[in-house]
Design a protein around this ligand. Structure first.
Ligand code: GTP
Ligand code: MG
Length: 395
């Protein structure tokens, strides 16, 4: 029947969002509404969102319902609504399930440059969209609705649910501090973000929490949080069970591994630098080869290792962070910062070795190992934040 033609095709394969979508120039915002068994809510949420967005971005938005073949046929009702709401599009998934992947599949068919997500069950007040949209307009990469900033709350939650939520957040802070610590409500499923922050990256969420996936894998610079009061579900049932908690923990570890992968690359590059340094030191200083003075040989060998490490890190370890910054000038600036950080690292390493050896551990090899490990971490973090920093304004 005709209705079937209104269903959008579901992407398959990698969960990868294209940088340049099949754009419709007029569409600025694509807001995903993931649904499972939301027949009783879908009409109301579409109506409320339409009223809000017609005011905010008239003719400049689309709503995309992504339904996982709900037995209550939410997808069918949503399709019926498209007659009355022409900016509404519907995707019915039959081969995959799960909230987070549903959102990504929706974004894959989205036409706007700003992507967003909101629950279907009216727990996320549509009025907050105005502030989120404004935050994006003023330069935020991610504008996220939060229950834990001023104006936010979860009024009717039981003590147990509050504890579980805070416990999950604390666990996240331990396993993935640099991601979970960036926002006060990392579990929020209500946000807008710029397409380019996640485009071209293969996403791989497990379960419910799409927000930690985009913060963990995206190139997200400025984040703005907007307070909102989490409403009680009026109708329909929650899909949250113990399984979602397990999936959340699995998701945290998957992200930890993905992020640590970069650190392991950094260490591998560091080891290649040791080989360069040693070989050149031999070549320059050994009596059977060039026979240069030791200090001069060490300076030449050390600097060559720094150049070696920089080139590998720029092309490999941090390559994905600087796709848009390829000019020679930008590269040279990164090199200078890297060089400077390595020199500071060297001084730090000497200081740590000296202090540990003389005042704490009187074993020079253990002290040296601790010095190397601390300085490697120092180098990694500082280089990630300064040399290859993702929040560069000139992006
Ligand atoms: N497509 C899709 N949507 C889902 C799935 N699970 C949940 N949703 C939708 O995602 C949104 C959030 O799910 P809820 O069950 O309300 O989760 P919650 O808001 O954290 O929990 P409650 O406070 O108990 O409602 C709702 O719009 C659901 O219909 C799923 O597997 N697939
Ligand atoms: Mg809900």
């Amino acid at each position: 029947m005709l209705r079937h033609n209104l269903l959008l095709p579901v992407s398959t394969g990698d969960l990868l969002i294209p940088l340049s979508p099949i754009t419709d120039r007029d569409i600025q915002l694509s807001l995903i509404i993931p649904t499972y068994q939301e027949r009783n809510n879908i009409t109301e949420i579409v109506q409320q969102l339409t009223i809000e967005l017609d005011r905010l971005i008239p003719n400049g938005y689309e709503l995309i319902v992504v339904d996982d073949n709900s037995p209550d046929r939410t997808w069918e009702l949503a399709q019926d609504l498209t007659e009355q709401y022409p900016h509404l599009r519907v995707l019915r998934r039959t081969k995959e399930r799960g909230l987070a992947t549903a959102v990504v599949r929706g974004w894959q068919t989205a036409r706007g440059q700003i992507l967003g997500v909101i629950d279907a069950d009216l727990q996320h007040p549509p009025e907050v969209l105005g502030q989120l949209w404004q935050a994006i307009g003023s330069g935020a990469d991610l504008a996220i609705a939060s229950r834990n900033v001023e104006g936010g709350g979860v009024s009717e939650w039981s003590l147990l649910r509050r504890c579980l939520s805070r416990g999950a957040q604390l666990l996240g802070l331990i396993i993935l501090p640099e991601t979970i610590g960036r926002v006060t409500d990392p579990m929020s499923g209500y946000f807008l973000l710029r397409r380019e922050t996640i485009a071209g990256k293969v996403l791989s969420p497990v379960g419910y929490k799409i927000s930690i996936e985009v913060i963990g894998r995206g190139d997200i610079g400025k984040i703005v949080e907007v307070g909102y009061e989490f409403q009680e579900r009026q109708t329909g049932n929650s899909k949250v069970t113990g399984r979602q908690y397990l999936e959340y923990i699995q998701h945290l570890f998957r992200l930890r591994l993905a992020r640590s992968g970069r650190f392991l690359q950094f260490i591998a590059v560091g080891l290649s630098g040791v080989v360069v340094d040693m070989s050149l030191l031999y070549l320059f200083s050994d009596a059977s080869t060039l026979g240069l003075p030791l200090i001069l040989s060490k300076i030449l060998a050390g600097e060559s290792a720094i150049i070696n490490n920089f080139l590998w890190n720029d092309r490999w370890t941090f390559a994905d962070l600087i796709r848009t910054q390829t000019s020679r000038r930008q590269k040279f600036r990164r090199f200078l910062k890297f060089n400077l950080i390595c020199l500071v690292g060297l001084l730090l390493s000497l200081t740590i070795l000296h202090l540990l050896y003389n005042f704490a551990i009187h074993d020079r090899y253990i002290a040296n190992f601790i010095a190397i490990a601390s300085v490697t971490l120092f180098n990694y973090w500082l280089n990630l934040k300064l040399s290859w920093r993702v929040t560069d304004d000139s992006k």
